[in-house]
Design a binder for this molecule. Sequence first.
Ligand code: C2E
Ligand code: MG
Ligand code: MG
Ligand code: MG
Length: 290
Amino acid sequence: YRAKALGGSQHVMFTPELLAEHEAKLATEHALTAALERDEFSIELQPQLDLVTGDVTGAEALLRWTHPTDGPRRPDSFIKVAEKSGLIAEIGDWVIEECAAIMERWQERGNARRMAFNISPRQLDRPDFFNRMRAAFAAHDVPLSLVELEFTETTAMQASEHHIDEIRALRDAGATVAIDDFGTGYSNIARLRTMPLDRVKLDPTLIHDIESSETAREVVQAVITLVHSVGAEVVAEAVDSEEQTDILRAMGCHTVQGYMFGRPMPRDRFFDWVGERDEANKKDRGRSVA
Ligand code: C2E
Ligand code: MG
Ligand code: MG
Ligand code: MG
């Protein structure tokens, strides 16, 4: 197969593998468009816990897609396609609206905490993104103090000055700002120092072997020290053993998020889970005081 590249005289050879990949991408794009129309997306909430007190401090909103025939599909299998095709802008709008609606319900339940959601770089390029985001939360009576924005390290480092100013204004208005997947991109330390920032989420690849590797421990300790030195807190993701938890706590990591503490859950189950967890924590505390 031969295809003429857009606007050039170059020719690209499509091997059967490339063609199959291209077709799979197109199929995903079509399915994503349909998914928006047919309301196949949902949000799950994964708890975040204070490493010292065990309190639930908040949650991360994670996008879920239930395909009509393929069933549940992981974000890793479609976010990239959504970003490349530009569909992420509309999906991102849907995520924000859904998060605002969930936060309104959580406040009605009376035990609401901060909720983080993920923002793709393509979303920032949409005109008026920040104002529309503020309007969505305001329409559901959700204060920005309950809202956390997660940008990947790459997004944060490549954001324009204008976007950084918008993020700073949101933070000044009470929102929390987090850098996600830290340790997988290229950080500009000068920017890390000056950008509006509250929390840094360590990429799981940094911590997966801290029980067994002295070097891994030293690197994580250095990163935690760096993050603290710019005035931010550290969140560890995908922590999966008691031993890792103890090491991270001793190193000064504030918050954890991982299956062993709590899986991503649909809204109502998550609300119940938080209630039960609060009760259990209260009892524990009573016991340790007694
Ligand atoms: P992320 O933002 O770094 O989210 C954390 C991922 O780690 C989630 O995967 C979560 O389920 C997973 N995780 C949490 N604890 C554990 C653990 O103990 N072990 C393991 N193995 N994994 C754990 P998920 O939900 O599949 O999301 C994958 C990625 O998709 C996210 O990574 C994020 O980059 C992207 N994503 C998810 N929702 C959205 C969204 O609404 N918008 C955008 N733009 N991206 C999203
Ligand atoms: Mg995230
Ligand atoms: Mg992450
Ligand atoms: Mg990730």
